[in-house]
Design a protein around this ligand. Structure first.
Ligand SMILES: NC(=O)c1ccc[n+]([C@@H]2O[C@H](COP(=O)([O-])OP(=O)(O)OC[C@H]3O[C@@H](n4cnc5c(N)ncnc54)[C@H](O)[C@@H]3O)[C@@H](O)[C@H]2O)c1
Length: 256
């Protein structure tokens, strides 16, 4: 059920972090993978047995071109598309956020998913799977990250809309919402400390805590799922942890 034997996959932002781990996991489970990234993709791709194509996800033309190039490289249409590339720039309060940051983050994290969902279906086989990377920031607002959070919430909305539009081809559309994850984009020691206090599991995520979820969503194991936003957050969304309560009230239980 979890096998990707004979399947083809296209992964944006596959040169590093979560995207690279997903590419490795797909390859280990039988898929042939093209990674599409703005940084030099050749070496990163060949190290893991994938092929790299250049893509700037903030450009509609570049996304369309990269999808076409992937089909040419793989010699057949795509079964799996992962719209994962993103940046983590957060600003000060909205009132002080520069236009340049608004445009950069919105184009790369939000519009890129519109472009991917718009152009990928023409290059896909019926019965395929599209998985975008949103974020727990779509649901839990952390001060100073308004543009990032809004863009990620938009990804969850686009996921539902595309699921409705592509259901008649059997193409399933989902998004993964990671909590803080140890990558170049992740928030380093601060992210770790937040996870220790705010998550039920009490630790930051590693990329391989994410990649198995993408495998599940890409494979037949999730064949009746579409439109979902999956929170992969170590239990951040459950509510305040005992550690947090103790910090605030001195007791690790709800006040009686
Ligand atoms: N790391 C976290 O804590 C975390 C949490 C929630 C969501 N996410 C999301 O996960 C996704 C992957 O991030 P990551 O943590 O693996 O970070 P990362 O920096 O390791 O990977 C991001 C990748 O996207 C590529 N990229 C950036 N801009 C691009 C562009 N314009 N065109 C094409 N490729 C581009 C980068 O080159 C890089 O390979 C992002 O969408 C991010 O918002 C990350």
């Amino acid at each position: 059920m979890f096998s990707l034997e004979g399947k083809t996959a296209f992964i944006t932002g596959g040169s590093s972090g979560i995207g690279r781990a997903v590419a490795e996991t797909f390859i280990a489970n039988g898929a042939r993978v093209v990674i599409a990234d703005i940084v030099a993709t050749g070496d990163a791709a060949s190290e893991i047995g994938a092929t790299g194509v250049h893509c700037d996800v903030s450009s509609e033309a570049s996304v369309a071109e990269a999808l076409g190039a992937a089909v040419a490289v793989l010699g057949k249409n795509l079964d799996i598309v992962v719209l994962n590339a993103g940046v983590g720039d957060v600003g000060p309060d909205l009132s002080e956020t520069e236009q340049a940051l608004i445009e950069k983050v919105t184009r790369i994290n939000h519009w890129s998913v519109i472009y991917g969902l718009k152009h990928a279906p023409a290059h896909m086989n019926d019965g395929g799977s599209i998985i975008s990377t949103a974020s727990m920031a779509a649901f839990i607002s952390v001060p100073g990250s308004a543009v990032y959070s809004a863009g990620k919430r938009a990804v969850t909305s686009l996921t539902e809309m595309a699921a409705l539009e592509l259901g008649n081809r059997g193409i399933r559309v989902k998004c993964v919402c990671p909590g803080y994850t140890a990558t170049a984009l992740g928030s380093g020691e601060e992210g770790q400390r937040i996870c220790e206090a705010f998550t039920a599991l009490g630790r930051v995520a590693e990329v391989d805590d994410m990649s198995g979820v993408y495998l599940f969503l890409a494979s037949q194991a999730s064949r009746y799922m579409t439109g979902q936003s999956l929170k992969v957050d170590g239990g951040w969304d459950c509510g305040p942890t005992a550690t947090l309560l103790e910090l605030v009230t001195g007791s690790n239980q709800a006040p009686g």
